[in-house]
Design a protein around this ligand. Structure first.
Ligand code: HEM
Length: 100
């Protein structure tokens, strides 16, 4: 499957204009649909977390053509997520929430 970079960039611009609403909807839906992931965030400051997650999405979308930057950033993020206790089966949950 190839990425439609232009479409990703233009659709993300719309999300960028509604960061707070998007992130509030994201975590509300994630925890409602998948309550089993809630304990992973037991000690997390959710306001800060939402900002960090959004910043990482900005970094990804801004570097879709810079594969070196992208793979470095995502490798670091993936390694840290193993330490947070995130498992491979949690990723499709996040994917499904973002799509709705
Ligand atoms: C699309 C993939 C994801 C992205 C871009 C992402 C992004 C982030 C970012 C930027 C942070 C802040 C800390 C850091 O940079 O290491 C973070 C922390 C975290 N994420 Fe994710 N994440 C993703 C997937 C997931 C999934 C699938 C889960 C589990 C359901 C998850 C659970 C957590 C937890 C528990 C933390 C730690 C919060 C803390 O510091 O207490 N993430 N994530």
């Amino acid at each position: 499957m190839s990425l439609n970079i232009e479409l990703l960039e233009s659709s993300f611009l719309q999300i960028k204009a509604q960061e707070t609403e998007f992130m509030a909807h994201f975590y509300k839906t994630l925890f409602a649909d998948y309550p089993e992931v809630k304990p992973l965030f037991a000690n997390t400051h959710m306001g800060k977390q939402a900002k960090q997650l959004f910043k990482s999405l900005v970094l990804v979308v801004e570097n879709l053509r810079n594969t070196d930057i992208l793979s470095n950033a995502l490798q670091g993020l993936g390694t840290r997520h193993v330490k947070y206790g995130v498992l491979p089966e949690h990723y499709p949950m996040v994917g499904r929430v973002v799509r709705c």
